[in-house]
Ligand binder design. Sequence first.
Ligand code: ADP
Ligand code: MG
Length: 693
Amino acid sequence: MSNVTEYFGCNVFNEETMKSLLPKNVYKALLNTQRMGTSLDADVADVIAASMKDWAVSKGATHYTHWFHPLTGYSAEKHDSFISPTNDGKVIMEFSGKELIKGEPDASSFPSGGLRATFEARGYTAWDPTSPAFIKDDTLYIPTAFCSYTGEILDKKTPLLRSMEVLSEQAVRILKLFGSQATRVITTVGPEQEYFLVDKKLYDQRKDLIFTGRTLFGAKAPRGQELDDHYYGNIKDRVHNYMKDLDEELWKLGIYAKTEHNEVAPAQHELAPIFTTSNVAADQNALTMEIMKKLALKHGLVCLLHEKPFAGVNGSGKHNNWSMNTNLGENLLDPGDSPKDNIQFLTFLIAIIKAVDEYADLLRLSVASASNDHRLGANEAPPAIISIFLGSEIQQILDALETGRMIKTGDSQEFVIGVEALPNFPKDNTDRNRTSPFAFTGNKFEFRSLGSADTISCTNTIINTIVANSLREFADKLEGSSNFKKDLNDLLMETLKKHKRVIFNGNGYDASWVEEAARRGLPNYISTVDAMPHYTDEKNVTLFESFRVYSRTELQARTDALLETYSRVINIEALTMLDMAKKQILPAGIRYSAALAKAVNEKMSAGIDASLEKKLASRVSELCNAIDTAVSDLDSLVIAACDKKGILECARFYRDKVFASMQSLRAVADELEMAVPEDLWPFPTYGDLMFRV
Ligand code: ADP
Ligand code: MG
């Protein structure tokens, strides 16, 4: 394929395709649904379905699937063919509006946090017409939301769509106060995706990578990332070919893959698409991850999306660049040129500062998982403390505002910026603070705490909802005000005073920040187990219920499902370690000490000094004994973990006891690796995995 402009989006039922294939009135109705959320008539849906099917069949598709995002964190799909029997024993290809709009997958085996018992397993998927359908693997994929028959949401998409709606409503209220004609605000996201590539043949020899996605053992290689030579470094041919293929596949699916480069750790890379509407970005990111993994196999590689595949070098994250755009094309986080624009920008900015301070716990838990716990606070990703970085220029402006030097509240119609204070609003914020979780980067916020394997839905649901909440409070106070400028000024000053503690422009990796943050009263939830229970804190239930994003029951269900997953992940890791230790590591150690013992005997009977072999043999025996003890400890803890009844209690046990015991086992096993000859070690080493790509 050569001409990108020609094949870009060729596998997507996008606006251009719809415009050319659908009757005018149907196309218009669909656009209205997409842009205004109006519902679609059944006959219109029938026309769209038939046209979608014809288009898909012309491109070789035989099946369709409702594509959804259950709480597993992976996407799910059930394929049905288009065939329908005819009287003469043949088939025709059919697809109705009903089939397009609603699907009924048997939902019993998806995690629901207890919301839906298996005997009432009915769930349904509903078409999300705002995210385009596409063709992959001879199948027409229809993006959908997934709910139970009783109306509880069972997926990650529905709350995201709801949060986008509520943010739009509240932001439009604020915009009206500034005289804007905008009727809708759309949140946008550009997720930067990090990943590792390892050789498939090496991968296949490591049970830990196969079962858990990360290495559970492995002594450090002599070389890691200390030379800083991989970041933006020359891309190896094999990796380059992979990236080239990846771009092509993504472009065909209408995904704006834009930037690719080597990341900090050896064998680590990044792909960033151009930003788009949040729900489309979430769908496209899920699709990107899937294609990354699939395509790697074609190149004899395996793509690791785990947050921490290797100890001792950086893990992978996903930076969530977020902003808000009006339907008139104005980016609300773009400071703008006139004083009026600037004040509007500051209003949104301060609403965000308030939101992040009030709901730091939610932002923290939106990125919580057993695997992401390895990164946060480990000086390779932002700390678990949520704070905002604004940069010195914006900070100066806020300081001026807080001390009353900002908005003149005289009689003139125009906003006037206080004379002494103001530097120009920064146009290009190149101030790169990479240690902050939530950084303003010129015309958007970059939330940097997300894990590479996670979907971006949960985080964006939370960002949208908490910002909507600030905007709602602002609008409630300002609507009907008889002196808008003064009231706005007072409100902004007061809000800033109250919430500025969450602003931190310093080094987030510095140990002193932990103490400083504690003094400021900012929460620091180190692990998933500390963070998750706050989902159902009263203030958070009130927030979500007031916007109908989640109900109390749904929040509890999500907390339970996530904590259960946490425990299960650690359980699988512990079992994998036990398996590898018993079946591979100990036997290697024993084989080596036996060989040494034999050498000792042979040398001694030949009258040769065997003190080195003796020393080595006893060292290896000691290590094997230590491994055996650690294995017994871990074994009994895994059994004991099953007795823990409550979900939270169980998760705590996994973190405090099982995980700690895993660390001890790893430490002695890694020591043994350094003591055993290369040819006796049962699986590829860190050096092999990271440097032989
Ligand atoms: P860096 O690595 O320097 O942070 P990248 O260029 O790798 O920058 O990624 C920046 C991301 O931010 C891209 O995905 C880009 O499309 C996205 N982005 C830019 N403007 C916006 C916006 N208004 N809303 C959301 N995302 C945006
Ligand atoms: Mg970035």
